[in-house]
Design a protein around this ligand. Structure first.
Ligand SMILES: Nc1ncnc2c1ncn2[C@@H]1O[C@H](COP(=O)(O)OP(=O)(O)OP(=O)(O)O)[C@@H](O)[C@H]1O
Length: 246
């Protein structure tokens, strides 16, 4: 395992962003400033949602939180690791260990069983075959997909695919589950089941979850709601009124 560049800080803070800017250069002299000074702190075990109009910068922020992209300017410490000091060659390894991604379109590997899909991040992390299979089965049981382990993604419904994707996101026991519109491609009843699963992982496993959503009702279920407008955080509200106690 690579040496991590640790930064002294409050160890209960998983995401610590200060003055994050993201600019895209689309040929001189054009520069698009998409994130404009984001300060965001998320504590271990928080369930937080990020909302905002289309184009406000949510996905851009998510890409930075998830180490898929880097900020142009500002400080980001992810679970004690100062991201600025992480070389490009180590980004994918940090991502694989610290972040579990859940996407709107599931992003499962086709023609690969549910079990193998869940095993994949553990394979990248260097876990032995037996241990991988054992943990993948356990995770699929956790998301109530124990009876579909051998199924290919094409043989699963949207909700079932998303449950497999959530099991995969949990594979390396990540510091954060980062979910980008995870119910966006599902009907509302199936989306409800997926949200209930996030609540369970939060409550029973103490997972830190960051949910990106257009849906204010889903956001209201989370503990904190951060609203982005035009690349800035314009409010941070308490949520958790509707479902947190389910
Ligand atoms: N690689 C890029 N190059 C140039 N502009 C970009 C790039 N990525 C994103 N943008 C621009 O940044 C802005 C914010 O995009 P982003 O995807 O973060 O918004 P969003 O809030 O997630 O929107 P949506 O809810 O529609 O997904 C958009 O105007 C988009 O065109």
């Amino acid at each position: 395992m690579e040496e991590e560049i640790m930064t002294p800080q409050d160890e209960n803070i998983i995401i610590d962003m200060k003055g994050i800017y993201k600019r895209f250069y689309i040929g001189q002299p054009n520069e698009l400033e998409i994130l404009r000074g984001i300060d965001l702190r998320v504590k271990k075990g928080e369930f937080l949602s990020i909302v905002g109009a289309s184009g406000s910068g949510k996905s851009t922020l998510m890409n930075i939180i998830g180490a898929l992209d880097r900020a142009t300017e500002g400080d980001y410490v992810l679970d004690g690791v100062q991201m600025r000091d992480v070389p490009d060659s180590q980004l994918s390894s940090i991502r694989n260990r610290k972040i579990g991604f859940v996407f709107q379109t599931f992003n499962l590997i086709p023609r690969t069983s549910a079990l193998s899909n869940v095993e994949l991040p553990m394979l990248y992390a260097g876990m032995s075959g037996g241990e991988r299979a054992r943990r993948a089965k356990e995770l699929l049981e956790l998301v109530e997909m124990g009876d579909r382990m051998k199924h290919m993604p094409s043989e699963l419904s949207g909700g079932q695919k998303q449950r497999v994707a959530i099991a995969r996101a949990m594979a390396n026991d990540p510091a954060i589950i980062l979910a980008d519109e995870p119910t966006g491609a599902l009907d509302s009843a199936t989306g409800r089941l997926v949200m209930d699963l996030f609540h369970r992982l939060h409550r029973e496993q103490g997972k830190t979850i960051v949910l990106i959503t257009h849906n204010p009702e889903l956001a209201a279920e989370t503990e904190h709601i951060v609203t982005i407008s035009d690349g800035r955080i314009v409010s941070r509200q308490q949520g958790g009124e509707v479902r947190a106690a389910v």
